[in-house]
Design a protein around this ligand. Structure first.
Ligand code: SF4
Ligand code: SF4
Length: 130
């Protein structure tokens, strides 16, 4: 299925315009999508869609989707890049994962029903060891 967030009428019209000449996926394309899904699932990544609906109410101004993206990147590439972005970009003017006070506001806003509080504990373990 297509998952596309929309906040304005213009965005909805834009989205609909892409469906005017809709053609379903071929069997070959379905197989390719399944292959990609299997790879993604095997990596145990956080299924955050980066819609950013969760961040407005956070009292600690934690940039939740960016921290999840760092975690996913680390999981895939196992290199220094994710640590750099976690420490030097996404937590400079925003809270760290460990700053979460577990108020739960973000989870009420998440359309993916992610257990953000638990996931942030994993993120803190991954990036704030020292
Ligand atoms: S539970 Fe944590 S991350 Fe979520 S809104 Fe509250 S402080 Fe922010
Ligand atoms: S609301 Fe959920 S899916 Fe959207 S950015 Fe936040 S954690 Fe990710």
């Amino acid at each position: 299925m297509v998952l596309s967030g929309m906040s304005t009428l213009e965005q909805m019209k834009d989205n609909l315009s892409f469906m005017k000449d809709f053609k379903p996926l071929t069997e070959e394309e379905h197989a390719a999508v399944k292959k990609v899904c299997d790879i993604i699932h095997s990596k145990n990544l956080i299924p955050c869609t980066a819609c950013r609906y969760c961040i407005d109410g956070c009292p600690k101004h934690i940039s939740i989707p960016d921290l999840f993206a760092c975690m996913n990147t680390k999981q895939i590439y196992h290199d220094w890049n994710a640590d750099y972005y976690y420490n030097n970009v996404h937590t400079v003017d925003h809270g760290k994962a460990s700053d979460c006070v577990e108020c739960g506001k973000c989870e009420k806003a998440c359309p993916q029903h992610l257990k953000i509080r638990e996931l942030l504990k994993e993120v803190a373990k991954g990036f704030e060891k020292k």
